[in-house]
Design a protein around this ligand. Structure first.
Ligand code: CU
Length: 169
C-alpha cells in the first residue's frame, strides 16, 4: 500500500462531511510547509479532483488569521503571487495541482509556527456549477516538502539538513 498516514486521515475527514456535493471532490497529497518561530505566512498544497465542474472559492484554517487561494506566476522575470479573485477552477475529472511555484493555499497571520509532522485543519469552500457552496474539512500534514518526498527522506538520511551542519563552529 502506498497510502501515507495523512492521506488516510484526509480521506476519513472528507467522508465525515455531510454533503453530497463535497463527497464528489477528491483531495490527495495535501501538505503545508513547516514554519519557524516568527514566520507569519506559509503555503499549503494538494491535488483536488472534482467529479463535476466546480470552483475552489475559499479557504480557512484556525491556525491562520487570513487564508487565501493564490496563484504564482512570472511577471517580467519576477515571480509574483496574488489572490485569485474568482476562485480556482476545478474542471470535471481533472486533477488540479496546488504546488510550490503555482497555485497554493496561502496561510497568513499565523498564530503559531507550523511544526513538522503535525497536522493543521483546513476548510475548503467549493462552489458547484449552479453556484451552490459546500465545504470540505481536511487535516493537512505539515512538512518541509511534499509527503512523497518526505518518505523518500528516510532512506536518504535527511541529506537536506547538511546546510545547517555547514554553519556549525
Ligand atoms: Cu501566496
Amino acid at each position: 500500500m502506498k497510502f501515507s498516514k495523512h492521506l488516510i486521515a484526509a480521506a476519513l475527514t472528507t467522508m465525515c462531511v455531510v454533503n453530497a456535493f463535497a463527497q464528489n471532490v477528491t483531495i490527495t497529497d495535501a501538505w503545508a510547509r513547516a514554519t519557524v518561530q516568527g514566520q507569519k505566512a506559509t503555503g499549503a498544497f494538494m491535488k483536488i479532483t472534482a467529479k463535476d465542474n466546480a470552483k475552489l472559492v475559499g479557504v480557512s484554517s484556525p491556525v491562520a488569521g487570513v487564508a487565501e487561494i493564490h496563484e504564482m506566476k512570472m511577471d517580467k522575470d519576477v515571480m509574483k503571487m496574488a489572490a485569485l479573485p474568482n476562485g480556482l477552477d476545478l474542471p470535471a475529472g481533472k486533477a488540479v495541482e496546488l504546488k510550490p511555484g503555482s497555485y497554493h493555499v496561502m496561510l497568513m497571520d499565523l498564530k503559531a509556527p507550523l511544526v513538522k509532522d503535525t497536522t493543521v485543519p483546513l476548510t475548503l469552500t467549493l462552489q458547484d456549477a449552479k453556484g451552490v457552496k459546500s465545504t470540505v474539512a481536511l487535516k493537512v500534514l505539515v512538512g518541509m516538502q511534499p509527503p512523497m518526498m518526505q518518505s523518500h527522506d528516510h532512506s536518504t538520511h535527511n541529506h537536506i539538513e547538511h546546510n545547517h551542519g555547514d554553519h556549525k563552529p
